[in-house]
Design a protein around this ligand. Structure first.
Ligand code: MF3
Ligand code: CO
Ligand code: CO
Length: 264
């Protein structure tokens, strides 16, 4: 494991990238309505990033390798029982009652900002609203653990407790991650109690990583679709996710991807 401690100059660049990623989520909100396609949401975000922000959408072509195509779009759109990495499509229209996670990662000046939130489309069933709300609470409880001297495993412990208290399960196949010049750096940030003695570590000032719990209404198991990206719940019951990029500071933490609606 090679966890990079960011310099003051890098932290300043990460603050900028984080703010820009948050601004894409703020920009797209009024468009997330019944009848729009996820392909259109992708186009609006892509054009905003490239033309207005002058940022690079990190997902586009991410993960490409010989014989393996990269991610084909600029944002991830994950609806209802899609856990993460849903691919935007002009054929997929939002309808009243859907809930959708939009996950934005921008690159500015070589550094990444990564954040996602749940949007409610039209009238959403109370049990789905509750899943989204509890998942956001899980993320905030994880964020509250972050300070120098705490351990990485403290984050997953409080997230899993809150999810289980609400009779939900925690996805284990996908996790948070260090972030900086790299999209996915060390460490892996688990959202459950899975470290054992290995890969856990003490948090230190200057570390930057994401916390991005995926919480399921039913069982924790996921399945990868044949597009090799889209992850869904095995039991097809709904799943929710929220994500922020977090800096460990001397006294605690700074959320680099905070939106206006979250500032109190
Ligand atoms: N933004 C996702 C994350 O939180 C990763 C998306 S990778 C992609 O780590 F290729 F699917 F875009
Ligand atoms: Co992430
Ligand atoms: Co993300």
């Amino acid at each position: 494991m090679n966890i990079l401690i960011k310099t003051h100059e890098e932290i300043e660049k990460m603050r900028i990238a984080g703010r820009l990623a948050a601004e894409v989520l703020e920009m797209i909100e009024p468009y997330v309505k019944p009848g729009i396609s996820t392909g259109e949401l992708d186009r609006i975000c892509h054009n905003f990033m490239v033309n207005e922000q002058k940022t690079v959408p990190a997902p586009l072509n991410y993960g490409a390798a010989p014989g393996r195509p990269g991610f084909p779009k600029s944002i991830c759109t994950s609806i209802n029982h899609v856990v993460c990495h849903g691919i935007p499509s002009d054929k997929k229209m939002l309808k009243s009652g859907d809930m959708i996670n939009i996950d934005i990662t921008v690159i500015k000046d070589g550094y990444h900002g990564d954040t996602s939130k749940m949007f409610m489309v039209g009238d959403v069933q109370p049990f789905n609203q509750r899943l989204a709300k509890v998942t956001q609470e899980c993320m905030y409880k994880g964020i509250d653990q972050v300070k120098p001297g705490a351990r990485l495993s403290d984050i997953g412990r409080v997230i899993a407790h809150h999810a289980h208290n609400n009779h939900y399960s925690v996805v284990e196949e996908y996790c948070g991650h260090g972030i900086g010049r790299g999209f996915h750096e060390d460490p892996q940030v688990l959202h459950y109690e899975g470290y054992g003695d290995r890969n856990d570590c003490e948090l230190k000032e200057g570390m930057i990583f994401t916390i991005e719990p995926m919480i399921n209404a039913g069982k924790k198991g996921t399945k990868l679709l044949s597009d090799n990206w889209t992850a869904i719940t095995k039991d097809r019951r709904p799943s929710a996710q929220w994500e922020h990029t977090i800096l460990v500071t001397a006294s605690g933490r700074e959320v680099l991807t905070l939106r206006k609606e979250e500032r109190t």
